[in-house]
Structure formats: structure tokens, C-alpha cells
Design a protein around this ligand. Structure first.
Ligand code: NBP
Length: 488
């Protein structure tokens, strides 16, 4: 029997659709799923006789047979739940593999786990790729954004398969390219997901203002999102927002009004923030988005607090078009800030972990297939192509002009929403990041003085070279001993 080009393990929503995508592109695919006790028909049988029927698939319920069905060096993509299952599966597979075989983890794994797995698998003579895959079920079937990193020598061998199943941007470029060594593929996917948290929060704040301050109907709000989707805010998430707002139940009422306002999350936003903190890079907007999900989930507490504190908005009527314009510019400017922060975290990680990430290439990879695909990723790619070492996206000429244009609307909207007691944590966080970033002298001089006062943590002086540290005997009875000057 002809050996398969690739093997895929894990026939849940992502694996099943990726397998179909591979087969449609001409690859013979072996599939395997752990046997589940308690269901009448095995998952593999169900697939082979269902969506996989009469197609170029070979199904297995024994891992050993599955491995032997693959052409060498074997390429095995694991689409299983992130965490322990990846380790368990890797341990089951390794004794069955030959040197140079390639394991690809396409799940949402933590990049540190990927780093560890690469070392482990390479120590056994095989190769390991940690690849982010974005696009959900639809992307997996029709073209995802795929972000592979890990054992460098494996790239040329998996490239034809992965690029064939990736989404194609409008210019035809596959939304899949080599990210870098180590856990870089999963790191980039993690930041992608964090940015997704930010984009969603920003859209929710735009919706909240139109609903609670302008009192617009779902249909009218949907129309504004639809119109925005024809301009610089053109993006998948803006597009689906208009569809969501129009969705009706059988009785003609809007589904959106019945959905409980408690947000779920699976951890990649939280990981983005934790890692940004480890790297010492501000990721304010994504952090706000994560904390806002946490706050939304504290439903009982919020209900209690909203009974205790009564709101007193002005009751003023706002002109719809004027405010919708302000919301548009605010959403756009805040989104620029969010991506600027995200790319700065990538830049710092690249330096620290020596990954040599190509920011322009990453922006291009996110233009199709993935959840954050949007028109302005082309502008981001151009900015980093023009200046690969750009220190912050806001300093690029194009984005500088965009921010200048948006600022009058942005600050007016944040002020109005604040006075009207509407919660817009991400819009205002973005604006405050922008103000802090562009403030030549922050009040951190006082902060340093306080640290030195209570803990002898020392400070630098504006009238001395950087790197010299001073301690003041603030009270006259402190000693001259200062604390170490390291930064954590
Ligand atoms: P799930 O994350 O729900 O995982 C289910 C699959 O994992 C099933 O095939 C299951 O086999 C298998 N599995 C588990 Br659980 N434990 C296993 C073990 N110890 N050994 C072998 N197989 C095991 O599926 P998914 O939603 O398709 O996601 C797959 C991966 O892709 C995840 O890492 C996810 O985070 C990531 N991802 C998901 C999406 C999305 O939209 N869903 C998007 C992008 C990335 P069983 O049938 O025997 O239980």
C-alpha cells in the first residue's frame, strides 16, 4: 500500500477539518484518534465512513499501524488538547519513530512546553515543530493561518504541506511561513490570541457606547459595523459582529440580548500578559481585556455592586453621527495601540530568546485565515518592511498620521464616556498608554524617590550619566547602606 504523506492525530473539530483540507490539496493522510470507551462507533470509523468517505484517507485505531503507514521521514501532526495529552502522546509515539521523523504539535500549547518538548524529542533523534494554527473550524477546513517554529531542519520538509493548507492573502501569499527556532511558533500564536482578546474587547466597548449611550437598535449598530467593515477597520471580527447583532431567534427577538454577559477564556490571553510581564514589556490593552473578562465573570458581585451604587448619567442626548465617528476613530486608534504593544512584546521576546522574528512576515501571515485578519495588517507589514528594527509601530509615519487624525475624536469620546459613567477600560487604557509613551518626563522620579526613601532602592539622576545609582539619607537618621539596583 502507498505510504501516506502525513499522519494526523486527534479527530476533534480542528484535526478533522485540517485532515480534510490536506486531502483536498492532494496529500494522502493517515488518521488516528485515541479509542474512546463508551461510544458505539469509534471516532476514526465515524470519520472514514462519514466526512472522509471515498477520499484519500487511511484510518487507524492502533498507533503502531498508523506510524508504519507513513512515508519517511514521517510527518505527524498532533491536534489534541494542549497540556498533558501532548506529552502523553509524544511518549507513546517516540518508541515507534525513526531518526529524523517529525512531530508537529498544532494545538494551543504553551511556548515553554514546546521549548522543553523540542529538546526532549531532539535528544531522541527526532524533530519537533510547535505550530500555532488559527482560524477555528472554518480556517482548518478552508485555509488557516499557520505559525510553525522549532527544529529548523524540518521546515523544508513540512513546508509544502503546511503552505498548501494555509489561507492565501489577497496577493496570493500563503498565511504560513517559518517563524523561528524553539517555541517561537507557539509564542507568536499566543500573542495573536492576546491581540484577539484586545480586538474583541474594543469592539464590545464600541457596541456598549452605541447601545447604552446612543440607545441604538441592534439593526442600526449592525449597520454601523457593516459600514466600518468597508474601510480601514475592515476585519473578520468587525464583519462577524454585524452578523451576530442581526441574528434572531424563532420568535423574532434578537439572540444577542439573551446571551449572559459572562466571558469565558482558555488561557492564551492570560499567558500573553504573564509573558509580557516576564519580558518587562507593557501589554496594557490585552491585560485590560483579560481582566475585563474576569470582571464580567464575577456576575453576582457585579449585580450586588450595581444595586448598591446608582449611576447618574447626565441624560443628555448625543448626536448619532458625531458620536459614531468618534467611536470609529477611537476603535481604530486603540487597535493600533494594541498591535504596537503586541509587536513590541514579540520584538523583546525575539531578542531575549534569539529567535530573529521577522515582524513583517508575521503581520503578513495574519492577513488571512485567522481570527484577527484585517486590512490594516498590510500597513503593519509595510511599516516593518520599511524599517525592520522599528522601535514602536506608532513611530512609523503612516501610523503617526493615523493617530494624529484620530486623537481629537479619541480623547473627546473617552472624556464623554467617563462623564456618562460608561465603562470603556480598553479605550481609555490605550489612550493613557499613548499619553505615557509620549510624555518626556513621567512622575517616575517621585516613584524612585519613594522607593529609595522606604527601602534604600537607589535612583539615577538627570545630572549624571545613566548607570550611576544614588541613595539619599531622606530622614537624617537612615544609614548609608543601599539595596541592590537590579530590576526584576
Ligand atoms: P480539543 O482541544 O477538544 O481536543 C480533543 C482531542 O484531543 C480529541 O481528539 C481527543 O481524543 C484528544 N485527546 C485528549 Br482530550 N487527550 C488525549 C490523549 N491523552 N492522547 C491522545 N489524544 C487525546 O480539540 P480541538 O478543539 O479540535 O483542538 C485541538 C487543539 O487545537 C487544541 O490544542 C486547541 O487548543 C487548538 N485549537 C483549537 C481551536 C478551535 O477553534 N477549537 C482553534 C485553534 C487551535 P478523544 O476523542 O479520544 O477524547
Amino acid at each position: 500500500m502507498k505510504k501516506s504523506d502525513i499522519g494526523l492525530i486527534g479527530l476533534a473539530v480542528m484535526g478533522e477539518n485540517l485532515a480534510l483540507n490536506m486531502e483536498r490539496h492532494g496529500w494522502q493522510v493517515s488518521v488516528y484518534n485515541r479509542t474512546v470507551i463508551g461510544i458505539e462507533e469509534g471516532v476514526v470509523d465515524r470519520f472514514i465512513t462519514g466526512r472522509g468517505k471515498d477520499k484519500n484517507f487511511v484510518g487507524f485505531t492502533e498507533l503502531k499501524d498508523f506510524v508504519q503507514s507513513l512515508a519517511t521521514p514521517r510527518k505527524i501532526m498532533m491536534m489534541v488538547r494542549a497540556g498533558k495529552p501532548v506529552d502523553e502522546l509524544t511518549d507513546q509515539l517516540l518508541p515507534l519513530l525513526s531518526p529524523n521523523d517529525i512531530l508537529i504539535d498544532g494545538g494551543n500549547s504553551n511556548f515553554e512546553d514546546t521549548e522543553r518538548r523540542i529538546k526532549y524529542v531532539e535528544s531522541k533523534g527526532m524533530r519537533f515543530i510547535g505550530s500555532g494554527v488559527s482560524g477555528g473550524e472554518e480556517g482548518a477546513l478552508n485555509g488557516a493561518s499557520i505559525m510553525p517554529g522549532g527544529s529548523v531542519s524540518a521546515w523544508s520538509e513540512i513546508k509544502p504541506i503546511l503552505q498548501s493548507i494555509a489561507a492565501k492573502a489577497d496577493d496570493g501569499t500563503p498565511c504560513c511561513d517559518w517563524i523561528g527556532a524553539g517555541g517561537s511558533g507557539h509564542f507568536v500564536k499566543m500573542i495573536h490570541n492576546g491581540i484577539e482578546y484586545g480586538d474583541i474587547q474594543l469592539i464590545c466597548e464600541a457596541y456598549a457606547l452605541m447601545k447604552n449611550l446612543l440607545h441604538l437598535s441592534n439593526e442600526t449598530i449592525a449597520t454601523h459595523f457593516e459600514r466600518w467593515n468597508e474601510g480601514k477597520l475592515k476585519s473578520y471580527l468587525v464583519e462577524i459582529t454585524s452578523h451576530i447583532l442581526r441574528q434572531k431567534e424563532a420568535d423574532g427577538t434578537y439572540l444577542i440580548d439573551k446571551i449572559l454577559d459572562t466571558a469565558g477564556q482558555k488561557g492564551t490571553g492570560k499567558w500573553s500578559v504573564i509573558n509580557s510581564m516576564e519580558l518587562g514589556m507593557p501589554l496594557n490593552l490585552i491585560a485590560t481585556a483579560v481582566f475585563e473578562r474576569n470582571l464580567s465573570a464575577l456576575l453576582d458581585l457585579r449585580r450586588e455592586a450595581s444595586d448598591v451604587f446608582k449611576r447618574s448619567p447626565s441624560g443628555k442626548q448625543f448626536d448619532e453621527q458625531t458620536m459614531v465617528d468618534q467611536i470609529f476613530h477611537t476603535l481604530y486608534a486603540s487597535k493600533i495601540v494594541s498591535y504596537a504593544q503586541g509587536f513590541n512584546v514579540l520584538k523583546q521576546a525575539s531578542e531575549q530568546f534569539k529567535w530573529q522574528l521577522d515582524a513583517a512576515s508575521i503581520a503578513r501571515m495574519w492577513r488571512g485565515g485567522c481570527i484577527i485578519r484585517s486590512a490594516f495588517l498590510d500597513n503593519i507589514a509595510s511599516a516593518f518592511e520599511k524599517s525592520p528594527s522599528l522601535s514602536n509601530l506608532l513611530l512609523d509615519d503612516f501610523f503617526h498620521n493615523e493617530i494624529d487624525e484620530a486623537l481629537p475624536y479619541w480623547k473627546q469620546l473617552v472624556a464623554t464616556a467617563t462623564m456618562e459613567e460608561i465603562s470603556i477600560p480598553a479605550f481609555s487604557s490605550a489612550l493613557n498608554y499613548f499619553y505615557s509613551l509620549t510624555t518626556r518626563r513621567l512622575p517616575a522620579n517621585l516613584l524612585q524617590a519613594q522607593r529609595d526613601y522606604f527601602g534604600a532602592h537607589t535612583f539615577e539622576r538627570i545630572d549624571h550619566e545613566r548607570g550611576q545609582f544614588f541613595h539619599e539619607n531622606w530622614t537624617g537618621h537612615g544609614g548609608n547602606t543601599s539595596s541592590g539596583t537590579y530590576n526584576a
